[in-house]
Design a protein around this ligand. Structure first.
Ligand code: UD1
Length: 334
């Protein structure tokens, strides 16, 4: 059973990936300092997989502490690096905090991997590296645009660090992850108030908010609202196990888009939620959000072909699961 280090393994995408790693026969070793996650996710993970996992509460910028874990565990086959801050808005307010944490943690992890002879890493990147694309869908060769935020800049810098490092790496560029495990037991426990569309819809459904404001309806899209590529987080998590299998057989540097290949508008998402859960949502049209990209969706042919991976879950399923999560988080009985 190959041991895989998962930094940020109690976060939204990390926790779902830990479940998939276990399912695929890997042994996840979790590192998480709870700075933007919760021990409730370890409870949820262990309930889902019906076994105990190793979890270390350390900051992966602390080289000595991380080194000690790697030494103690021994025989680790690779790392999946999720540990990073992820709020675009917060990164604009506190750019240094984002640079120090997101770039610092990758550098420390790579040092520790080198010392402990761990050669394989999967890195969480984001479609924000593409900025506002000139043609659609975007494939992996689409050049980076000037970063729109410090968050996005940290992803571009980390990708460049990985390109120069001697390790074998897979960079996964995520599109918009939504939903949760169908048990509703694990999900996003971020401290920050959500700014992403789907959590805002579910908070409106549960009554924490009165209304969803659609940020602009006069974009150059069929219904005037922005278009994104929304991917179920379980599909996204599965791409990591496939990427690991691939990296073990194919050394070197690899980059893959991880999305569905389909663009969906804000209005379509709101209507999908209403239909899937039979819940009425109030929404109104507001001003455009500054920095928003009009439309983006992925060309995922490379991941489909090389990783033998494809997103399978529907938007309808994502909406059902997203609603389960909102209820679970608020201690409602599902
Ligand atoms: C955001 C981040 C991106 C990150 C991604 C991860 C920004 C600018 N970008 O992408 O870096 O990788 O999340 O999930 O924050 N919308 C509304 N009303 C709302 C909230 C959102 O209309 O109250 C619209 C937005 O205008 C956008 C769509 O919903 O068109 C999706 O927004 P969001 O969920 O914030 O994701 P992104 O902006 O694509």
């Amino acid at each position: 059973m190959s041991k895989i280090l998962v930094t940020g393994g109690l976060g939204y995408i990390g926790s779902h990936t830990v479940v998939e790693l276990d399912k695929a026969g890997y042994t996840p070793i979790i590192i998480d300092n709870l700075s933007n996650s919760s021990t409730k996710n370890i409870i949820g993970i262990e309930q889902i997989i019906q076994k105990k996992l190793k979890w270390y509460n350390i900051d992966c910028k602390k080289e000595d502490a991380l080194n000690q874990v790697l030494l103690k565990e021994g025989n680790i086959h690779g790392a999946i690096h999720f540990a990073a801050y992820k709020s675009v808005e917060e990164s604009i307010k506190y750019p240094k905090k984002y640079h120090d944490n997101n770039i610092g943690s990758l550098e420390v992890l790579l040092n520790c991997m080198r010392k402990n002879n761990i050669k394989n890493i999967i890195f969480s990147s984001s479609c924000t590296v593409y900025g506002n694309p000139e043609s659609l869908p975007v494939d992996e060769n689409t050049p980076f645009k000037k970063a729109e935020s410090p968050y996005s800049e940290t992803k571009q810098i980390c990708e460049n660090i990985l390109k120069r490092d001697s390790c074998n790496s897979v960079i996964l560029r995520y599109f918009n992850p939504i939903g949760c495990h169908n048990s509703g037991l694990i999900g996003d426990y971020s401290n920050n108030k959500p700014t992403n569309l789907v959590p805002i819809i579910t908070e409106t459904a549960i009554g924490k908010r009165d209304n969803v404001t659609i940020f602009g309806d006069n974009y150059n899209t069929p219904d005037g609202t922005c278009i994104r590529d929304y991917i179920h987080v379980v599909d996204l998590a599965q791409s990591h196990t496939k990427a690991l299998n691939y990296l073990i057989k194919n050394k070197g540097k690899h980059v893959f888009n991880i999305g569905t290949g389909k663009g969906v508008s804000v209005k379509e998402i709101i209507n999908a939620f209403i239909k899937a859960n039979n819940i009425k949502i109030n929404y109104s049209i507001g001003k455009k959000r500054s920095g928003d990209i009009e439309k983006i969706w992925a060309n995922c042919n490379l991941a489909n072909k090389k990783l033998n991976w494809k997103a399978k879950k529907s938007i309808n399923q994502s909406m059902i699961d997203a609603w389960k999560w909102e209820q679970h988080k608020n201690n409602h009985v599902i």
